[in-house]
Design a protein around this ligand. Sequence first.
Ligand code: NAD
Length: 405
Amino acid sequence: MNIALLGTGLIGTFYCMSFHGLRSRDKVSVVYSRSAERGARFATDNNIPKWTTDLKEAVTAPQVDVVVVGLPNNLHKEAIFAAVDAGKAVLCTKPLARNAHEAWEILQKVETAGVFHGYLEDLVYTPKHLKAHASVENGAIGKVLWVRSREAHPGPHSDWFWNPDLSGGGAIIDLGCHCIEIGRSFIGKDIRPVEVVCWADTQVKPIDAEDNAIGLVRYQNGAIGQFEVSWCFRGGMELKDEVSGVDGSIRLDNFLRTGFEMYSAPGKKGYVAEKAESDSGWLFPVGDEVHELGYNHMFMDMFNSIEKGKKPIEDFYDGYVVNAIMDACYKSAKTKKWEPVELKEWRGKTEVEPLSAFVEYGQNHWLVKEELLPDGRKKVILKEKLRKKVILKEKLSGEIIQIEV
Ligand SMILES: NC(=O)c1ccc[n+]([C@@H]2O[C@H](COP(=O)([O-])OP(=O)(O)OC[C@H]3O[C@@H](n4cnc5c(N)ncnc54)[C@H](O)[C@@H]3O)[C@@H](O)[C@H]2O)c1
């Protein structure tokens, strides 16, 4: 792929490390930066043949196959529209937009033009997530009941994130978008998110946006996606997920504690990991951030999909759904009530199976619970299949005791 990279900030740097790492055959052929000085330096550092401060010049360059948008949230729509008008495939970082209205306009634009579109939600592409998704699909943990996803760090690195007019919000729009899509990808992207309840507050920072939030997203089959986000968490960046299924559970740590711990009394002197607050004492480096954060697998899926003319795992419809869920979260944080997720169009299942998975115990009973007690007795709690009233039977050491509840 010949890439036009828009933006030379943190995400532009990570994306470029992914494109140009490991002898990749995908190359940035032109980079756009609003600052000539930064553009020139970025191009030299990354061996990019051309840089420009003119966005239109970057996206219309004839050798460019795909435009990658790594600009602040308020510029996503304008950049995507320019790429589409140039007839180019377009990939956009998260969040797709500042709200669902803007995301819908973007979706309409790419779909009307018929160009390839990919939503760059790297955290559903981490090697750990890809393996966990495959296990869930193979039934390793049964039906997914609850997904808890947490992203927390001491706050973003550029001024525009802190201005909700430019970013669209605070920690929810910045970090919640990752957690929500992680929830969807385990629960099933074809299961409709129905309603949300959310707490959000500005507890610490002098800003007009939330610096902490917790939300629950209820899906049509009864599953729950829970997100926890913070811009005030001290000690680095936490990316943690827990998936609970009827038959098992999964825990994932993608950052901060990945099995690599270092103690340095004099200090490591330099970069440790994204959002690390110190370079001395106990440190939690990450072996290969670009890989472990999912960028390599994400771009592999995107570029393979462009070449094969197929839909990638994440496209702008996913970005739109995430924006719609976040809009409902902002509403709920104000009303303090469950609020519906309003989608102009739902493309997944309309009929879903309930989550219940009854287990038979003989012909006449359902098993409620079985447990071995510390004194060696086995307890079995049963419900008679045909009785409407709940009758629980406790079976202790071979004896059946009936208890009416
Ligand atoms: N894991 C991820 O997927 C991830 C991580 C970080 C950021 N992001 C996203 O990437 C985007 C950029 O974030 P970042 O962290 O790189 O921010 P940044 O501030 O580090 O970089 C932003 C870039 O845009 C440029 N820019 C800023 N204002 C501009 C303007 N008015 N006109 C033209 N250029 C302008 C800056 O000069 C810089 O090159 C955001 O949408 C953010 O949410 C995604």
